[in-house]
Design a protein around this ligand. Structure first.
Ligand code: ATP
Ligand code: MG
Length: 331
């Protein structure tokens, strides 16, 4: 992996709707730092699909492939045709979803500060489904030792680098004895080799405990489907999808995107909250070993969220630009 101090090429794909507004905001924040990034913009989304019939042009795929990392804004109607291939282009095996409540904002559980490390390539999302007859459909669940070890290694490494004490491995190995049995065995072997402490939780019990005691958790390593569901549950604990960033991490490439979509209801008005996108850019800084810069950006967003100004989704009347300017001011 390329690290701090080297020049990085970053693919920037704003996409549709408010992606066009929050992506430039994140670039402005990155420009305010002393980092050696070369940004190259690629097209994707409904607009380019209307012109060419293709929501994800080959040139954009190439751009993402050649870059060290990709910042992605949002996609509208054709989201699945854009983001799924792009995640594949970066070879993403880990989906990283922090769920953190911010001081001063409403949250069901203000004490929540945790990170999901979700296996992103297999499980029931391997798309091996068959309709055998009119009345019978089946699905094959794929789990390999290699992919399970890989996600566990990433999770334990992430916890160590970020100073998190608690690592939880989520599973349902009591029922899915072969598949989740293998996932759990592989993940526990990684923990033991590293001499790392960890807990295991059945994913259904974990859903309940997350609602009741989210403060007990830091890093949660999960199979694909469980991570999808539990990370949305945790989003609910911190006040919804609006402020949440995410990363899709591969071996030597990664894609960073807000959890929210293109928000067509407010697009074009200049009032979208750029927090999730700016925090996604902070995750990119962290991934590229700009740890101090990542912390500075995260702290600046946190301060502005606490003190204002706020965009309309948080009850204020600040524009995207005004919010972004306040973040840069904090930097
Ligand atoms: P898509 O089909 O692209 O997912 P959507 O209609 O599902 O679009 P989302 O982007 O998922 O919309 O957002 C759901 C709601 O949250 C919308 O009302 C939207 O305005 C609001 N929202 C989402 N992101 C933001 C943001 N960054 N700032 C302000 N409001 C937002
Ligand atoms: Mg949506």
């Amino acid at each position: 992996a390329r690290t701090r101090g080297m020049s990085h090429q970053i693919a920037v794909i704003p996409g549709d709707g408010i992606g066009q507004e929050v992506t430039p905001a994140a670039i402005d924040v990155l420009d305010a730092l002393e980092v050696d990034f070369e940004f190259r913009e690629g097209e994707a989304g409904d607009r380019v699909a209307e012109e060419t019939g293709d929501p994800l042009p080959e040139a954009t795929i190439e751009l993402a492939r050649e870059s060290d990392a990709t910042l992605f804004g949002a996609a509208g109607e054709r989201a699945a045709d854009i983001i799924l291939p792009l995640r594949e282009v970066v070879g993403s095996y880990a989906n990283v979803r922090p769920a953190k409540a911010y001081p001063g904002l409403e949250a069901v559980k203000p004490e929540t500060d945790l990170v999901f490390i979700r296996e992103n390539t297999q499980g029931v999302y391997a798309q091996i489904e068959s309709q055998l007859t009119d009345d019978l459909a089946t699905l094959t669940r794929v789990v390999t030792r290699e992919a399970s070890r890989k996600i566990a290694e990433y999770g334990f490494e992430y916890a160590e680098e970020h100073g998190y004490d608690n690592v939880t491995i989520a599973h349902k190995a009591n029922v899915m004895q072969e598949t989740d049995g293998l996932f759990l065995e592989a993940a526990e072997a990684v923990a033991e080799e590293r001499g790392a402490d960890y807990d295991t939780e059945l994913m259904d019990a974990l859903a309940m405990k997350l609602v009741m005691y989210p403060e007990d958790y830091d890093v949660i390593i999960t199979p694909n489907l469980a991570g999808d569901v539990l990370s949305d549950l945790a989003a609910g604990l911190v006040g919804g999808l609006g402020l949440l960033p995410s990363a899709n991490v591969g071996d030597d490439n990664a894609l960073f995107e807000p959890v929210h979509g293109s928000a067509p209801d407010i697009a074009g008005q200049g009032v979208a909250n750029p927090s999730a996108m700016i925090l996604s850019a902070a995750m990119m800084l962290d991934h590229l070993d700009y740890d101090d810069e990542a912390t500075r950006v995260t702290d600046a967003v946190e301060t502005v969220l606490a003190e204002g100004p706020h965009t309309p989704d948080l009850g204020g009347d600040a524009s995207t630009e005004a919010f972004t300017a306040a973040v840069i001011e904090q930097l």
